[in-house]
Design a protein around this ligand. Structure first.
Ligand code: ATP
Ligand code: MG
Length: 394
């Protein structure tokens, strides 16, 4: 038996003439997320609503829908013919399903008649349906409360059917992934960058994660950890192409030819250059990092100034104004924290200078990079980038 879910999508309803693009993307993202488990899943839209009909078990279906960006609310609903008696019986059944085990439960009917040709208007519906529920329920078990009811029975009278629901579960909000474009995410194994990527995916961008791996200075286990993180991100954004850049030769060269105190910042600049090209190759137009103002010595305004000069595309730093505790809370919420705190090092911790320059200037950088001729190495790293395809729905 298929179950019906009514999908509310707030923000994307207000995008003017682009609205259908947003709706269609949301619909195709929902289909992708559910069709492996239910090849006959039905997703369609009418009158500013998206409906999902699927035979996937309710708990599981809701869990999946809650991860899809663009969905504001998910209401498990019943679809009934436009027949007053049938609507009455369904309301009664749904209230009885939701009744608390003991004591008095409060309820109300909130009817909306979009179909003006239906025989009762919303006031009449509220009255008649409410009376039907009360009369057919054991004395003392139900009381009407129009302000703050425990069970709010929503009844929508549409052109084709009546839709009835009592629960509206919060979705992730945001915009459907894909509608705002693609963005390269510099994904390390730390706490911050997965959260940064999640935030931009939530705003509708498909994330292309890029990880700089310095084997054997960083272990294969560090890479596995980044794969795990990309897999978690994929449960929100769908298919994900993780790019692993083999960075050892470049890092070694840089450590031989650059002043020690500048290696961190020069490395960050090289990462930007490589990430920008990979992102362009994937049709992306921006980069994302997990930097937060002043969080560590290298995350100063001066450092960001000199790294920002490298790519032409914008660099998004969605965590810039967050405190570490706020980032950790979000990481826990989205399910990346436990992986991020595993103890394997990412490449930044390998060649850490004893006293890194925290206020680099463009002039200093120019001098620091003057012996560095790594264009060939950079091209080689890009040519040999390892792409790991992640499909969370398989
Ligand atoms: P995170 O928790 O994301 O690792 P961090 O607090 O360790 O961040 P830094 O080491 O200064 O901070 O790194 C800043 C940002 O640079 C990271 O958030 C990430 O976007 C990027 N970055 C650092 N190391 C790597 C790497 N090995 N591969 C890809 N991106 C990286
Ligand atoms: Mg880190």
């Amino acid at each position: 038996m298929k179950k019906l879910y009514l999908i509310r999508y707030g923000e994307i309803g207000i995008k003017g003439k682009n609205r259908y693009l947003f709706e269609n993307k949301l619909i195709s993202n929902i289909i992708k997320a559910l069709k492996n488990e239910d090849p006959e899943v039905d997703v369609y839209k009418t009158y500013g609503r998206v409906y999902v009909e699927t035979k996937i078990k309710e708990d599981k279906a809701i869990k999946k829908l809650k991860r899809i960006f663009g969905i504001v609310g998910i209401a498990p609903a019943r679809k009934v013919d436009l027949d007053v008696d049938k609507i009455k019986d369904t309301c009664l059944e749904m209230v009885h399903n939701d009744l608390a085990k003991e004591g008095t439960t409060t309820f109300k009917i909130s009817a909306r008649r979009n179909n003006k040709s239906f025989e009762l208007d919303s006031m009449e519906l509220n009255r008649e349906l409410g009376a039907h529920v009360l009369i057919n329920t054991e004395d003392g078990r139900l009381k009407v409360d129009v302000h703050n009811p425990e069970i709010n029975v929503k009844v929508e009278i549409r052109a084709d059917f009546a839709y009835i629901y009592t629960k509206d579960i919060a979705g992730s909000g945001g915009l459907p992934v894909g509608v705002t474009g693609k963005s390269g995410l510099l994904l390390s194994g730390g706490i911050d960058s997965p959260v940064a990527g999640w935030m931009i995916a939530k705003r509708g961008a498909k994330i292309v994660p890029i990880y700089f791996h310095s084997f054997p200075f960083t272990s294969d286990r560090a890479k596995e950890k980044v794969i795990d993180l990309a897999e978690t991100l994929a449960t929100y954004q769908g298919e994900t192409k993780l790019h692993v850049v083999h960075f050892t030769d470049i890092q070694t060269e840089m450590n031989d030819k650059c002043p020690e105190e500048l290696t961190t910042i020069i490395m960050r600049r090289i990462m930007m250059k490589i990430a920008e090209r990979i992102t362009l190759n994937n049709g992306g137009k921006s980069l994302i990092t997990g930097e937060s103002m002043g969080q560590v010595a290298s995350q100063t305004m001066e450092s960001m100034y000199v790294t920002n000069m490298v790519p032409e595309m914008p660099i998004f730093r969605p965590l810039i104004g967050l405190d570490k505790v706020e980032i950790i809370a979000r990481a826990k919420e989205i399910g990346t924290y436990e992986t991020s705190i595993e103890p394997y090092e990412d490449c930044c911790t390998v060649f850490v200078p004893k006293s890194p320059e925290t206020k680099p200037t463009p002039k200093q950088i120019a001098i620091g990079e003057k012996n560095l001729e790594i264009e060939d190495l950079i091209q080689k790293a890009i040519d040999e980038v390892e792409v790991i395809n992640i499909n969370p729905y398989e």
